[in-house]
Write a new protein. Structure first.
Length: 208
């Protein structure tokens, strides 16, 4: 059950425990068994596809644009982008996820979103997208590395849409602030803000 603590100072806070809090790393959570379960889950596929279509609405790019999908997993979101006419490249930390994405016909790379420049030192993209991944990163310095890495692989004027699950409104605002301090303009879009269980949060950013 989802519970939220209300506070004039803190805003909303999600009280239920999530894997990123008690495990700390996706590499611990996503065992081979967990990846297989994830890749077979029709429910997970439908949920990710729904978010991916919303990402494209917020991105406002024409088909044919190049997208880098961070934390792409087996390619559920990438499949939507591809079907809608975008040129998508996948990045994921979990090698088994990357294997699945490659099996589904995607260009996919094993890599850490905190070291994007290392993986794509000679490439640029029109846009960067990410679904259900950024919540694993809590350290401010690492968030700055992510912002700088995304900036480095975008063409000027490139756009970014990141959907993630922050622990609190305070954390959400902190993440946006870090991106703005590292070369982006942007805003927060929240779908179903009054329904905690369905609340879906997006950072919509532009490389200045």
């Amino acid at each position: 059950m989802w519970k939220n603590k209300k506070s004039n100072r803190m805003g909303w806070v999600v009280k239920n425990k999530r894997p990123e809090e008690y495990l700390g790393s996706p590499e611990i959570y996503y065992t081979d068994e967990e990846v297989e379960k994830y890749a077979r889950s029709s429910g997970m596929r439908r949920a990710q596809e729904k978010i991916a279509y919303r990402v494209l609405e917020l991105l406002e790019f024409k088909p044919g644009s190049s997208l880098l999908d961070l934390g792409a997993g087996p390619g559920y979101t990438a499949e939507v982008y591809r079907c809608e006419g975008y040129d998508v490249t996948c990045l994921d930390l979990i090698a088994k996820m990357v294997e699945k994405a490659k099996e589904n016909g995607f260009e996919a790379h094993v890599g850490d979103i905190r070291q994007i420049k290392k993986t794509f030192s000679k490439r640029k993209f029109d846009g960067v997208v990410s679904v259900s991944a950024l919540q694993w990163i809590k350290n401010e310095l690492e968030l700055k590395d992510i912002a700088k890495g995304i900036y480095s692989v975008l063409y000027k004027g490139g756009r970014v849409v990141i959907q993630f699950y922050p622990k609190s409104e305070q954390e959400l605002k902190k993440v946006l602030k870090i991106f703005i301090e590292n070369g982006f303009s942007g805003k927060i879009i929240t779908d179903f803000p009054g329904v905690p269980k369905n609340r879906t949060i997006y950072l919509v950013l532009r490389r200045d």
